[in-house]
Ligand binder design. Sequence first.
Ligand code: DGT
Ligand code: MG
Ligand code: MG
Ligand code: MG
Ligand code: MG
Length: 268
Amino acid sequence: MAKSKFEYVRNFELDDTCLRNCYIVVRLDGRNFHKFSEQHNFMKPSDNRALGLMSRSARSVMEELEDITIAYGQSDEFSFVFKRSSTWFKRRASKLMTHVTSQFSSSFVYYWKEYFGEQPLLYPPSFDGRVVLYPSNRNLRDYLSWRQADCHINNLYNTTFWTLVQKGGLTTTQAEERLSGTQAADKNEILFSEFNINYSNESPLHKKGMTLIWEKVNETTTKLIKRPDEGETEINVTRTRKKVTSHSCDIIGDQFWEEHPDILESDQ
Ligand code: DGT
Ligand code: MG
Ligand code: MG
Ligand code: MG
Ligand code: MG
């Protein structure tokens, strides 16, 4: 087909190919979720409906898009890791990022009712996205450790803060003053000595966030088969299928990575 005289405008497009061999991480984060969580009556400090919906939307991203090996989420954010050898969309950063954020956003709305029931969605939520490249397994693990450490720090703070308010009768300003300058050990101590709460017994989902990976699972279904002489009989059929599974476990230490050696590709 002959080219039009307008064709030259294509040359204004920038090349945003992600460097080879690097893990491509897309992190998305809810826009102004401070307001969104208030308006939709999220439980404080953490709302299991909201976390469930985040996890469901992340699963949809992993199932619909190619080459994502692990995803980690907490609060209003989720990080998706594309395998370092991925050639999906020629590794174009803008394509990967926009597909992740739009698939996630539409899933968040699509599955809203499954998690929030009678609580209506009052306005269309949105998520920002960014792309970061990590050239080594150490860098990628440190990135994920950073997000999980952030989850822990925020959850300990928020748990103590809302306990002081909800059970201790403090105003939010008083609780803020009480916690200013405190270390993790101080917050654990406040929870334990004043409210008889052992932080280590709190929900792993809130303390560790959500880690989604692909795993092989056995699925057994019953099938009706027809045999010429015996008529219909039911038999069990077991198939191995790859499925996205969610875990609220430590991903900072080595154990998780030793148990799932397929997530990382060797450094070379
Ligand atoms: P941004 O990201 O700059 O547009 O602004 P925000 O407001 O989304 O700020 P961000 O992402 O730093 O913090 C997340 C907010 O979402 C924070 O105000 C707490 C709120 N949030 C997230 N998950 C929950 C939850 O499960 N329960 C409650 N009550 N709030 C939550
Ligand atoms: Mg922010
Ligand atoms: Mg946000
Ligand atoms: Mg956030
Ligand atoms: Mg098109």
